[in-house]
Design a protein around this ligand. Structure first.
Ligand code: PBG
Length: 310
């Protein structure tokens, strides 16, 4: 039996999460899984990445290798996937979510940073929520992989930065964390901490095999979160947070609870709402919550975001 080829970006975060999925999958199915490093244009050129509009380039490059048959499947950070469907590609599995929270990396908790502290993040969602928590902060846009960002704190250029806690664990840098934000204080990005397994839509046998590692509760939660993003017609560059959990209400019944927010980038105002429903209705729960957010002025708040010059 030939090994399954798993296409992955070559960064430490990507190879760690791909390697973990490969191990679990081969343990559960008995199939050997081989990692195939894929260099994407976003990895080669930062300029190119900005020009092409963010993390979507990594996802499309991996999808191309799936469609061409170079690899059998790919593992992506789910929050990096565009919400729209991809032609010829199936979301074969959503892997159980890791810690979804954001973390502050630096010498002290947010409340203990000096007045006017310089805090780095490239995400409008994090910018807006940081400003809502501490109006005096100077939020500084940063790019680059997590290690590059962390070095800006060590070398004194910034007082602190915000990154996903799950990603920090994957690159072995949890010791850099001063505070993990409760979702009440900072709502994560839709899909944060979860992984997506994609393969060709015409390979039913492979889809079935990959589904071995699908986690239905995580799938329902991220479906609700991403539906909010899709209905708001917002991408990864919008100040939108969404987080859902699935809990057992009785021995046989489960309930999905979704919270989402849209925050003005200056942190001055926000709309934040919650909804619940059966996990099988995840998409409807997301759609209804998005409609309520819009009814309360979410589109106006999003319209106030800065459009970055291209
Ligand atoms: N935007 C890049 C990205 N994509 C996934 C993660 C972290 C891991 C995850 O959320 O699954 C990160 C880094 C970060 O936001 O700090």
């Amino acid at each position: 039996m030939t090994a399954l080829r798993l296409g992955t970006r070559k960064s430490l975060m990507a190879t760690t999460q791909s390697g973990h999925v490969a191990d679990v999958l081969s343990r559960l199915t008995g199939h050997a899984v081989e990692l195939v490093g894929v260099t994407t244009e976003g990895d080669v050129s930062r300029a190119h990445l900005a020009q092409m509009g963010g993390t979507g380039v990594f996802v499309s490059a991996l999808r191309d290798t799936i469609l061409s048959g170079e690899v059998d499947f790919a593992v992506h950070s789910l929050k990096d996937l565009p919400t729209g469907p991809a032609e010829g590609i199936a979301l074969a599995a959503v892997y159980r979510r890791d810690d979804p929270r954001d973390a502050l990396c630096g010498p002290a908790k947010l409340a203990d940073l000096p007045h006017g502290a310089r805090v780095g993040t490239g995400s409008p969602r994090r910018v807006a929520q940081l400003r809502a928590l501490r109006r005096d902060l100077e939020v500084v846009p940063i790019r680059g992989n997590a290690d590059t960002r962390l070095s800006k704190v060590t070398d004194g250029e910034l007082d602190a930065i915000v990154l996903a806690y799950a990603g920090l664990g994957r690159i072995g840098r949890r010791e850099a964390v001063a505070e993990v934000f409760d979702p009440d204080a900072m709502l994560p990005a839709p899909g944060q901490g979860a992984l997506a397994l994609e393969c060709r839509a015409d390979r039913a046998d492979l889809i079935e095999l990959l589904a071995t590692v699908d986690d239905p509760a995580t799938r329902a939660a991220v479906t609700a979160e991403r539906t909010v993003l899709a209905v708001l017609e917002a991408g990864c560059s919008a100040p939108v947070g969404a987080y859902a959990t699935v809990e057992d209400t009785t021995d046989v019944e489960q309930s999905l609870r979704l919270t989402a927010c849209v925050v003005a980038v200056d942190g001055s105002r926000q709309v934040r709402l919650s909804a619940s429903g059966h996990p099988e209705r995840a998409e409807e729960v997301g759609r209804e919550l998005a409609a309520r957010l819009l009814a309360q002025g979410a589109d106006q708040l999003m319209g106030e975001r800065h459009i970055e010059p291209r």
